[in-house]
Unconditional design. Structure first.
Length: 595
């Protein structure tokens, strides 16, 4: 028999509420849940002081709280920025790879000056409250808004400005494991800097590290939490959940992003044991099948890098009308969170003005210095099968979908369903002479939207269709057997706009943040493309994660037009959870050869 592709869904034994918080029902369940270790998160970032018009870049590390090694529990993590009114400025969803995630946030002119908190967590960590969550101070200065009261110190306030007392110093924590060096300590504008990174301890130094190069902060205090400080501050976080029988908890996203919701009848009662189909449309469509539980809940894990942040959720049964609602995870309780009291004074005005002008000029030329978004892994809708594809323009066209199936498409066509609806059957492939006959319906999707009732598309206008693809393997989805997949693609790819199935809900949701390759400015000899473009970068190099598994690494970056002191920081953790923090300083001057 040809390969039988099976789509499987892990059915949890437990009931899911619409807020993704499960109630622990027995001591046996509680004991099983407590065996799953808690997690903790660390975030490296480009703060602590940021201006409107700048990016907050961040690199996330997620650890098993019991072993201090990178987690293999959660597949998603969350990064949030909260203002001192306890409001979320953003909450980013990150897909983790081996416990690592990354992202960025552009600080627009709508974000007011003030003290903020950067948070990092997983859904599983939320069970232990804000104490389990990573927290670090961020200060945002927005000189474009009139109200600066939250940061501006009045002359008679006598507020001490806590500036960086370690300015000009280099910090080294355990340079015997991993270390780096640069070719000199003084550079000219737009000069190449060569950085060599060495791992002296072999497998003991292997791990993941963040490497950043930025101008020394003239306005900020030393509030950045490096890896070593984090290891001390979060050493005693909870190692397992604290819930008891009868308590509610957040479920871990172990197998991908949890997509869940409820199905209710017209009278509001839960709909029990009904198949639910979740389709994410597009050329690289994604199909997930679920079934409602005793409380009308359905759920599935989105494991693949879906391309469209829209899902079509459908109940196949047409004997009644149903209401479908997507669930949402409960909010993190941040009511007890505290904020710093950072303030500015009159002497900071000149620095603020200069940095604001530099940001405006740099943003003006943003298009010539773009970051690139890495495309996620491609989705194979056919799970390894090779489709038989027919482009309709290669044939005489027929007006309807049914006529097209009869006249053009081999190995597929409508079958009489008897008392049930007629359906499209895909012919089996008997080339190995051992495949048992079946009379199963096929799966049909149009532009990635699942079609539960094949009768409804018999007269669909075939002039809209560009191509039809067939897979002739047997599939099992949500406990139901199907024979083959028929994938119909329209010219405009917009079938969802006309999809009118009653027991259907189109749900928009938020995708994980894209993974990027951050722009690295170069001034190579003979390349004068940037000779007339000003360069006011304060961040010269940003590499969210360097996964070290060999002895030597070489990096290059170029200085900008901003003179002054710069800092290189290598910050991260060995594969055994040991924190490593190293910094070195260098200067950029108009006359680097002067003593």
């Amino acid at each position: 028999m040809k390969k039988q592709v099976i789509f499987s869904l892990l059915f949890l034994v437990y009931s899911l509420g619409v807020w993704s918080q499960y109630v622990v029902k027995s001591p046996t369940e509680l004991e099983s849940l407590k065996k799953l270790p808690q997690e903790k998160v660390y975030i490296d970032h480009t703060g602590p002081v940021l201006f409107a018009g700048e990016y907050l870049y961040y690199a996330l590390y997620c650890f098993n709280a019991q072993t201090n090694k990178r987690t293999n529990i959660s597949r998603l993590a969350y990064v949030a920025l909260v203002n001192d009114e306890k409001e979320f400025v953003f909450e980013h969803k990150l897909k983790m790879d081996g416990g690592l995630g990354q992202g960025d946030f552009f600080i627009s002119t709508d974000v007011p000056s003030g003290n903020y908190k950067l948070l990092g967590y997983t859904q599983w960590m939320k069970n232990n409250g804000i104490a389990q969550v990573f927290k670090d101070d961020i200060v945002i200065i927005n000189p474009y808004l009139a109200d600066q009261s939250k940061l501006w110190a009045k002359a008679d306030d006598n507020v001490a400005i806590d500036k960086d007392s370690k300015s000009g110093e280099s910090r080294v924590i355990d340079s015997s494991t991993v270390s780096f060096s640069i070719d000199k300590t003084r550079y000219a504008k737009r000069e190449k800097v060569k950085l060599s990174l060495k791992n002296y301890k072999g497998y003991l130094g292997n791990g993941a590290y963040t490497l950043k190069v930025r101008s020394k902060e003239q306005l900020g205090r030393d509030s950045f939490m490096d890896a070593t400080s984090y290891a001390d501050a979060y050493f005693n976080v909870e190692k397992q959940i604290k819930q008891r029988v009868g308590d509610s908890l957040f479920l871990p996203e172990q197998r991908g992003e949890l997509f869940f919701g409820t199905v209710t009848a017209a009278d509001g009662s839960p709909v029990v044991d009904k198949p639910v189909v979740i389709s994410i449309p597009g050329k690289e469509f994604l199909l997930k099948f679920s079934r409602t539980d005793d409380d009308g809940n359905f759920y599935s894990y989105l494991r693949k890098d879906y391309k469209v942040a829209t899902a079509v959720v459908q109940v196949e049964d047409e004997s009644a009308r149903y209401n479908i609602k997507k669930g949402a995870a409960g909010n993190l309780d941040i009511s007890t969170i505290g904020f710093s009291n950072y303030t500015l004074s009159e002497k900071d005005k000149e620095t603020i003005l200069a940095r604001s002008v530099q940001n405006q000029i740099e943003n003006h030329f943003f298009q010539v210095k773009p970051d690139s978004v890495l495309q996620g892994d491609p989705i194979d809708p056919f799970d390894g099968g090779t489709p038989e594809t027919v482009f309709l323009d290669d044939y005489t066209r027929f007006p309807t979908f049914e006529e097209t199936m009869v006249e053009i498409i081999p190995n597929a066509g409508y079958r009489n369903g008897g008392k049930a609806n007629d359906f499209v059957k895909v012919a089996q492939d008997y080339e190995t002479y051992d495949e048992e006959f079946n009379d199963f319906s096929s799966i049909i999707v149009i532009d990635g939207v699942f079609i539960p009732n094949h009768e409804r598309i018999r007269t669909y206008d075939a002039r809209n269709i560009e191509k039809i693809s067939l897979i002739r393997d047997k599939f099992r989805l949500g406990g139901v057997d199907y024979q083959g997949i028929v994938s119909v693609e329209t010219f405009d790819g917009n079938y969802l706009e006309t999809h009118g199935y009653e027991n259907s809900s189109v749900i928009d949701f938020k995708k994980p943040e894209p993974v990027k390759n951050y722009y690295n400015q170069r001034y190579d000899e003979g390349d004068d493309r940037y000779s007339r473009i000003p360069d006011y970068r304060s961040i010269l190099f940003w590499k969210p994660h360097i996964v070290i598994d060999k002895n030597t690494y070489e990096f290059e970056f170029f200085t900008s037009d901003i003179t002054g002191e710069y800092e290189i920081m290598l910050n991260g953790f060995t594969s055994y959870g040991k924190p490593i923090t190293m910094t070195k300083t260098f200067s950029v001057t108009d006359n680097p050869t002067a003593n």
